[in-house]
Design a protein around this ligand. Structure first.
Ligand code: HEC
Ligand code: HEC
Ligand code: HEC
Ligand code: HEC
Ligand code: HEC
Ligand code: HEC
Ligand code: HEC
Ligand code: HEC
Length: 659
């Protein structure tokens, strides 16, 4: 009996002790002092009766945001208690949160943006894996298209641009994106373009030839470089004959020129190079665009003969190139080629020595090169006949943001064991975690590493559909920010785009081949009556400049018709005088069209048609008005090619009048 009583007493004591321990633990929570301090401050600063009442009734306890959409409970507010109080004190963790707009804590919690351990109420557990502020914009990129948050998340947006530049997507799967293979030029025709010396140098250090190269450095050994070079320069190319079809005639043409005529040819080549605006895409002597490679050293890379053949048909060399086919005469083509070649051709002594390096390759070397082309992942970016795209080359990054640092093998590298540090180190020094790794070296500036790390940390596949602004399906079936603009402004209730939409207004499926971008940006902001007889009007939509530019870019890039693009674009504006005569005297276009104050109004006024319409579209239209506008009311007229060219150059010169 006594024994039993003792046991009972012991059990009671134990229970009592447990209760005390629990009570003490509860009072020793880390969050309680913060909340007590906060309550005190509230009471002290309360000015009105209502505020006093609120301060007194402030209850101390765990704060939890239960987020069923994320299957997550965030208790961060237990310490970060003043987060939604604009008047909260300024000391961490009591302080209020910077404005967050539509992202309410009740709906978003904290960890979706900050990471960390939502359920934990103690430090350092709660802050485990917390995203450092320098990469916090990664969270915005998890849910938003870069275009939608351009000014709000500049670091992430800059990172996205770099990722596009370096084609991370060619090797890696990214969240919500297909792998974008073949982002480099085709290399089937390489033996006709470059020699072994140039190629070996290129593979050793691409940025030495192209300071803005978009291809990483694969850190190849000399042996690997020789093998790859041997393989790539000894390929045979099926289309070689077709590509050089004008070659003989070009050569003969050049041979027949005397010195003066040759100098004149080059002079003209320079003029054409400027007039055709090659610098929109290429740079030369530090000026120009970056869509195409710098042409500074092109004479060291390839021959005048190759450039001339390339200019005559870029797509014959590489069917995927974005370099347009210009309609050039032989003299123009050869003139530009010679101009570019001479502009850059010189040889310093260093190179003269390199010239003597190996140019003969054994079968063994070439076979090894063929293997390396696959092993090193060249096939991801460069199409080459007979080399399949096997796809699985690099790990998917689609849920990189959710990768736990504990699961990463850091090897012996001296890098803090966190995910952001891991990514930054990998980008900065791709071999840091092992010698046999394959990712190329991009030679990035420290701030570029930061931007790309932010971009990489935005790769998450775990965003619930309701929150994922990137993949939210749009009614138009067009993705991203553009799709949402088109939905919001209901463009497709009036316009058809690629077979879908209304018929009240012109079909926009080939609008990009028809109108000029600058005109479009203006027009979308301030539409005016184009066709005066049309009853329906384009709505004034109050688009701002940024939205108009986004739409205009989409329209000019995506809504195109190859047939129109390939149409000759009479470029010779010296002929506009002839065109004017034809317009007024032979074809009497003024019966239906007004220019200035004279002319008819059955058709649109043509005062600024040169700013509005692409010349090749006008040319195609003048040949057959009904081909691209099935319900056009302008009659079909049989206008021969020469007259069309003159008319188009006259029309292209009309740029004035109303805005
Ligand atoms: C136990 C209390 C506590 C909890 C729980 C807590 N924090 Fe904190 N937090 C603090 C304190 C204290 C600071 C200020 C000192 C510091 O930076 O460590 C702080 C600072 C921060 C900062 C600023 C860091 C900086 O470098 O400027 C962020 C962001 C943050 N917390 C996010 C969170 C998130 C997200 C959670 C939930 C996953 C959370 N905290 C949970 C106490 C807490
Ligand atoms: C939509 C994303 C988002 C959500 C949700 C979010 N934050 Fe933040 N938070 C940010 C950003 C962005 C900053 C940095 C703001 C700045 O520097 O201007 C920030 C800053 C902070 C800071 C540092 C403030 C300072 O002035 O240094 C703390 C602490 C913090 N957040 C805690 C939280 C807590 C706790 C929650 C949940 C209750 C939360 N955040 C929810 C995006 C978010
Ligand atoms: C978990 C997903 C998610 C995260 C993370 C997120 N957002 Fe949002 N954001 C949304 C949603 C959902 C809306 C509401 C959109 C709506 O209802 O139209 C929104 C709205 C916005 C808006 C208003 C957009 C508009 O169309 O009016 C802006 C701007 C914005 N977010 C910027 C940011 C920034 C900057 C960050 C990073 C600090 C961020 N968002 C983080 C999902 C997210
Ligand atoms: C030629 C293909 C290739 C390109 C281009 C490439 N990577 Fe990689 N990357 C790899 C391979 C292969 C790995 C696996 C580790 C290794 O072998 O280096 C890797 C690993 C990574 C990792 C570590 C992933 C993990 O789960 O551990 C990150 C992060 C990464 N790459 C980011 C990038 C970014 C950002 C870019 C664009 C700037 C990029 N990569 C471009 C091939 C590539
Ligand atoms: C719309 C942009 C664009 C325009 C305009 C353009 N190019 Fe190109 N060009 C490219 C691209 C892109 C390449 C690279 C090949 C590729 O990736 O398909 C290229 C390649 C070249 C090359 C080969 C360079 C190399 O290093 O391999 C030459 C030479 C060249 N272009 C000359 C010209 C000339 C001359 C003009 C003007 C008559 C011109 N380009 C106009 C985009 C353009
Ligand atoms: C991530 C994409 C990517 C990968 C992988 C890649 N390249 Fe490139 N490569 C490019 C781009 C882009 C260019 C165009 C020039 C530039 O911007 O650097 C290029 C240019 C070249 C050229 C010059 C072609 C020409 O017509 O001017 C050669 C040769 C070449 N790469 C060989 C290789 C080899 C060999 C490998 C494998 C070791 C490889 N590349 C891997 C993207 C890549
Ligand atoms: C209420 C119907 C309506 C809506 C909504 C509408 N449009 Fe239009 N749009 C028209 C009509 C009608 C015209 C022809 C105007 C004319 O010829 O004077 C037109 C003309 C245009 C043109 C010029 C076509 C040409 O001939 O080159 C473009 C481009 C265009 N719209 C784009 C858009 C975009 C983009 C949106 C959505 C942001 C949009 N429209 C919304 C009715 C509409
Ligand atoms: C019988 C009247 C008529 C004659 C004659 C006529 N057009 Fe037209 N034109 C139109 C009409 C109507 C349109 C509007 C589209 C449609 O419905 O065909 C138009 C559209 C155009 C456009 C597109 C304008 C724009 O901004 O979209 C151009 C360019 C054009 N015409 C040029 C000419 C030229 C050049 C001639 C003389 C060779 C000519 N037209 C003769 C009636 C005529």
């Amino acid at each position: 009996m006594n024994k039993l009583r003792c046991l009972f007493a012991a059990a009671s004591l134990f229970l009592a002790a447990l209760v005390i321990v629990l009570i003490v633990m509860e009072y020793k929570t880390q969050w309680r002092p913060y909340q007590e301090e906060y309550k005190l401050i509230l009471q002290k600063t309360a000015a009105t009766d209502i505020q006093k009442e609120a301060a007194d009734s402030f209850s101390i306890g765990v704060r939890q945001d239960w987020l069923p959409d994320f299957n997550q409970a965030d208790r961060c507010r237990s310490c970060h208690i003043g987060i939604d109080n604009p008047d909260a004190p300024v000391n961490q963790p009591l302080t209020s949160h910077p404005a967050l707009g539509q992202h309410t804590f009740q709906k978003f919690g904290c960890t979706v943006c900050h990471a960390g351990e939502g359920y934990a109420t103690r430090l350092p557990d709660a802050h485990d894996h917390l995203l450092p502020p320098r990469v916090i914009e990664a969270s915005c990129g998890k849910c938003h298209d870069p275009n939608a948050i351009k000014d709000k998340a500049p670091t992430f947006v800059a990172g996205q641009k770099l990722a596009d530049k370096y084609n991370c997507n060619a090797c890696h799967q990214l969240a919500g994106k297909e792998r974008r293979k073949y982002s480099g030029p085709a290399v089937n025709g390489l033996p006709t373009k470059v020699d072994a010396v140039w190629l070996a140098q290129w593979l050793k250090e691409p940025k030495k030839y192209l300071p803005h190269s978009r291809m990483g450095n694969f850190l190849l050994t000399d042996e690997e470089i020789q093998a790859l070079t041997g393989y790539l320069v000894s390929n045979t190319w099926e289309d070689e004959e077709q590509f050089f079809i004008e070659d003989e005639a070009d050569e003969q043409f050049l041979n027949e020129l005397d010195d003066d005529a040759y100098d004149e040819l080059i002079e003209q080549g320079k003029v054409q190079f400027g007039r055709l605006r090659c610098l929109t895409c290429h740079s030369l002597h530090g000026r120009g665009g970056s869509l195409g490679p710098e042409l500074e050293n092109i004479g060291k890379k390839t021959s005048g003969r190759w450039i001339a053949a390339w200019l005559s048909s870029p797509s014959q060399y590489d069917s995927r190139t974005i370099m347009p086919t210009f309609r050039l005469t032989r003299a123009e083509r050869v003139g530009i080629a010679e101009y570019l070649r001479l502009e850059s051709e010189y040889m310093d002594e260093d190179e003269a020595i390199e010239e003597e390096s190996e140019t003969e390759f054994t079968l063994q070397q070439r076979e090894y090169g063929a293997k390396l082309f696959v092993i090193k992942g060249c096939f991801n970016c460069h199409p080459l006949d007979g080399v399949p795209d096997t796809g699985e080359f690099a790990p998917s990054l689609a849920d990189l943001a959710d990768k736990k640092a504990e699961k990463i093998s850091f090897g012996s590298a001296h890098v803090p064991h966190t995910l952001p540090d891991y990514i930054a180190a990998k980008l900065q020094a791709p071999r840091i975690f092992g010698d046999n790794l394959k990712m190329p070296f991009f030679d990035l500036e420290p701030e570029e590493v930061g931007r790309l790390t932010t971009f990489a940390l935005a790769q998450s596949s775990s965003i619930p559909p309701d929150y994922n602004q990137k993949t939210k399906p749009s009614d138009s079936g067009i993705g991203g920010e553009v799709g949402r603009l088109i939905d919001r402004y209901r463009c497709m209730s009036c316009h058809t785009i690629q077979g879908k939409g209304g018929t009240l207004a012109p079909d926009l499926s080939a609008e990009g081949s028809k109108v000029k971008r600058d005109w479009l940006i203006e027009y979308l902001q301030k539409p005016y009556a184009i066709k005066p007889t049309l009853v329906e009007r384009m709505l004034r939509l109050n688009l701002d400049k940024q939205e108009a530019t986004l739409l205009a870019d989409y329209i000019t890039l995506a809504l195109r018709d190859r047939n129109i693009d390939d149409y000759p674009s009479p470029a010779d504006s010296t002929d506009s005088g002839t065109g004017k005569t034809l317009y007024y005297e032979k074809y009497n276009c003024q019966n239906c069209h007004a220019i200035g104050t004279g002319g008819g109004y059955f058709g649109p006024a043509l005062d600024l048609v040169g700013r509005r319409l692409q010349p090749n579209w006008m040319n195609a239209r003048l040949e057959n008005v009904h081909r691209y506008e099935t319900n056009a009311r302008e009659p079909v007229q049989a206008i021969p090619q020469n007259d069309r060219a003159a008319l188009v150059s006259f029309l292209s010169s009309l740029r004035g009048g109303k805005k």
